[in-house]
Structures are given as C-alpha cells and as structure tokens.
Design a protein around this ligand. Structure first.
Ligand code: CMP
Length: 223
C-alpha cells in the first residue's frame, strides 16, 4: 500500500490499521466489476491489471478513464450517499484488485484527513482530464482527437523499450475510437497516416512513438 499515491503520506501505523481490511480479488480479463447504476458498496484499489471506466449507449461507448496499478476507483458513489455507480468498470487484463467495504472506507476517511486531501487532489486531476475531454470533443476534429488520445497514452503509459517509446497498453482500434469519441475506421485511417509520416510505428499491435514533438504539433496546445 505504501507505493499507492493516495496512501503516500500515511504513517506505518495508519497503513497497518487499514491494510487488513482490504480484501484481495482477482478478476479475469473482460470481467464487468460493476455496472453504471448499480448500488455502490465497495472501494477498489488496483494492485495489478487494467480497468476501463466507460459509459455506453446502445452500441456506442465512451471511455472515461483507463486505470492501472496503484489507481483507485469506485469512490464517488460511496462518498455521494444515495447515488449509484456513475459509470461501468471492466477489466481489460486479468487484474488483482483490493476492495474495501463502504463503512470501513468511510471511517478511515473520517479518521485520516491526509487521505481525504490526497483523494481530493486525485479527483481534481481527474476533473482536469474530464475538462480536457469535453474541450476535445467540442472543439477538435476527429483526426486531432485521435492523435491527441495517442499522445496522451504515450505520456501516461509510455515506457522505453529497446530505445523506443512504446505505449504499454494493448488497445484495439475500437477502444482507441471509444477514447476519442469516434469510429474504428477513422482510427485505422489516422494511424495509417501517422505511420506513413513516420511519426509512429506499429509492431505486434503495440504503438511506438518515433516523434513525440512532431505529434504534439498536430493538435492545438491546451488552453
Ligand atoms: P463510482 O461512481 O462509484 O463508480 C464509477 C467510478 O468510475 C467512479 O466512482 C469513479 O471512481 C470513476 N469515474 C467516473 N467518472 C470518471 C471520470 N470522468 N474520470 C475518471 N474516473 C471516473
């Protein structure tokens, strides 16, 4: 738990008090952890794996967030009493997740102001990203949105592999489309163009960024 950003200011005593209350669970790839509209009774902390947070409307889906090791989710409907899950959570990889029941989560928050502040800080970061998503969906064209999504993934999930920057997350063109608010065909077309311009390379379905700076020039800077 020490390596989890929201727990980083806690003392060993505080960590030792909370650690035994978490229950470890493993979810296979493609498992729905909860649906939008469900009653929320647990808080989730990802030990390993990837979780997609999304909303769906008939066949269309918009991905609100991708979470992985060290990230938490499911806090909103616990803190906003009487409200249900604001989105659906599904594993994109087999994931080991710690869960904490509502009453324990709540008591721990009340007793530990430092944790509340960290949670608030993390949620502000999420609000910033959500504002960015609103901006992009409102003002950017499809091509720019796709490029910006790939750029953001490179910044958030990029690792250096054999000297090259690689997005360390396996995503299908459909999933990229659901992040950018568009259709799969557009993603395929734009990724093809980026490869022709030697801005990216795709190998074994993984995206490598050859020129992050050139990519950044293809969409407007944040306001
Ligand atoms: P909850 O509403 O309980 O269940 C869905 C969870 O998804 C929510 O808590 C948050 O943890 C997370 N979530 C919902 N919307 C967003 C968003 N826009 N950005 C990041 N996380 C979100």
């Amino acid at each position: 738990l020490q390596n989890v950003p929201i727990f980083q200011d806690l003392t060993t005593n505080e960590l030792e008090a909370i650690a035994p209350l978490f229950v470890e669970r493993t979810f296979k790839k493609g498992t729905i952890i909860f649906f939008e509209g469900d009653l929320g009774d647990e808080f989730f902390l990802i030990e390993s794996g990837v979780v997609k947070i999304y909303r769906i409307d008939y066949a269309k889906e918009i991905i609100l967030a991708l979470f992985r090791d060290g990230d938490f989710f499911g806090e909103m409907s616990l803190i906003q009493k009487g409200l249900t899950r604001s989105a659906t959570a599904e594993t994109l990889e087999t994931s080991t997740i710690y869960t904490l029941v509502r009453s324990e989560f709540y008591q721990f928050l009340e007793r530990t102001p430092k944790l509340s502040l960290r949670l608030l800080e993390a949620n502000m970061e999420r609000l910033r990203k959500a504002n960015e998503q609103i901006y992009d969906l409102t003002f950017l064209d499809v091509r720019m949105r796709i490029i910006k999504v790939v750029h953001r993934l490179a910044e958030e999930h990029g690792i250096i592999k054999q000297g090259n920057l690689m997005i360390n997350m396996k995503l299908t063109h459909q999933q990229l489309a659901n992040l950018a608010g568009t259709v799969r065909e557009s993603v395929t077309k734009v990724l093809q163009e980026l490869q022709e311009d030697q801005i990216i390379t795709i190998q074994k379905k993984m995206i490598y960024i050859n020129n992050l700076e050139a990519m950044k020039k293809l969409f407007p800077p944040p306001t």
